[in-house]
Design a protein around this ligand. Structure first.
Ligand SMILES: Cc1cc2nc3c(=O)[nH]c(=O)nc-3n(C[C@H](O)[C@H](O)[C@H](O)COP(=O)(O)OP(=O)(O)OC[C@H]3O[C@@H](n4cnc5c(N)ncnc54)[C@H](O)[C@@H]3O)c2cc1C
Length: 373
């Protein structure tokens, strides 16, 4: 039997980041990962580092995360492949552009100046070769993208360097409380701790259910495509208003296409299947955005399972049981939040106080408790 101060269930980026920050605060932390580190959403991610278009409730955490991304070496001793080439959401019609301008005006009224509207001329300079039917865009210049696998390697190394012990192939099968201690039965033996972090991604509600807590959670399986290498011309990440497309060119020249096009998933096996009709629509949207890429060969595609809440905001809060804390359900946009969400979790787990930036993410909002309150 192994004992820690905190057991973290789930070795995705949120489990790793939480464990890292906890260990830096002096806690003895064990991560229990059912498969292997980064097996699900974190290893499948497009790794867009985006404040553009975020729900205003996420902005305090997202802006804290963005400041951390811009000096991510200080946290994990590696740049995680992060490049701040900006993110754009392009508009085809005057009505769409006006919609973006109104949204940005509302953000500014709340004190957020991370986005601005740009016209066609600046758009053409930022995205050479863009279809001239796109007349302008919302632009977040400080945004960018990272390398998901490099990020996983860096967070894992930093966490282990800080003393975190990681068990892979250690699925948590059941848990009980003995006095003030959690006792977890896993595929790699029995583990004990007074505190428990549920960072189990799409399986977060199942872990909560093991403690008797019901949290509504569904799932999604966003798909990604990568093409052969092209000459490097596009730096920002580009999406289109009202469409499921995110378009970026990696530093190797490949196009990395995603944006929430959905595949199929099975939570029991953890497997996904591609929907090639939906992928074809995504590829067609890329050709519409950048006519010159039409006909480029797609070399691989994949999909990753991610927890999804009804309001598309994460669950980051204390659980109902003593010593339990949740962090899951990032609904397709949790990569950017990784450094700051882990920091906030570590503060909550060690002090018991819920940091202001994560107050909107209490699970009660999703349940009858929230509806009654
Ligand atoms: C295709 C795709 C593209 C994306 N693109 C972006 C993007 O551009 N920008 C952005 O911000 N976000 C993006 N996201 C979302 C982002 O990747 C996720 O929000 C984030 O990685 C979630 O991390 P996590 O640690 O919560 O979950 P996960 O990485 O899924 O980790 C959860 C872990 O828990 C483990 N687990 C589950 N049950 C158990 C158990 N019983 N015992 C032990 N372990 C268990 C799983 O094996 C898994 O490894 C994308 C997601 C996908 C799938």
């Amino acid at each position: 039997m192994s004992t820690a101060d905190v057991l973290v269930i789930g070795g995705g980026l949120h489990g790793l980041s939480t464990a890292l920050h906890l260990a830096r605060r002096g806690a003895k932390v064990i991560i229990l990962e059912g498969e292997f580190i980064g097996r699900h959403a974190s290893g499948a991610s497009a790794a867009g580092v985006r404040t553009l278009g975020r729900n205003p409730l996420e902005m305090p955490l997202a802006l804290r995360a963005m400041r951390m991304w811009h000096k991510i070496e200080e946290l994990v001793d590696d740049d995680c492949g992060f490049q701040a080439h900006g993110q754009l959401r392009v508009a085809e019609t005057e009505a769409q552009l006006e919609g973006e301008a109104n949204r940005i005006a509302q953000l500014r009224a709340r004190g957020y100046a991370n986005e601005k509207v740009i016209g066609q001329e600046q758009l053409g300079k930022l995205v050479p070769g863009i279809n001239p039917k796109f007349i302008g865009a919302a632009y977040a210049a400080e945004d960018g993208a990272a390398d998901p696998h490099r990020t996983l390697v860096a967070f894992r190394a930093a966490a282990e360097g800080a003393g975190v012990i990681i068990y892979e192939r250690a699925p948590v099968r059941s848990m009980t409380r003995q006095g003030d201690t959690w006792v977890l039965e896993t595929g790699a033996g029995v583990f004990k701790a007074r505190k428990l972090v549920n960072a189990a991604g799409a399986w977060g509600a199942r872990i909560a259910a093991m403690t008797g807590e019901v949290i509504p959670l569904s799932a999604k399986a966003s798909m990604m495509m990568v093409t052969e290498r092209l000459a490097q011309t596009i730096r920002p990440v580009v999406s289109i208003v009202g469409r499921s497309l995110s378009f970026k060119q990696s530093s190797q020249g490949t196009l990395v296409l995603g944006g929430g096009i959905q595949g199929r998933y099975d939570l029991e096996s953890g497997c996904t299947a591609m929907d090639f009709h939906a992928l074809a629509r995504g590829a067609a949207a890329a050709g519409e955005l950048m006519p010159a890429v039409t006909g480029t060969r797609i070399t691989r595609c994949w999909s990753g399972i991610e927890g999804k809440t009804s309001d598309l905001l994460p669950v980051i809060c204390p659980g109902k049981a003593t010593g339990l804390f949740h962090i899951f359900g990032f609904s397709g946009h949790g990569f950017q939040l990784v450094p700051a969400a882990g920091e906030a979790m570590a503060e909550m787990v060690t002090t018991g106080a819920v940091p202001k930036a994560i107050l909107p993410f209490n699970a009660d909002r999703l349940t009858i408790n929230g509806a009654v309150a």
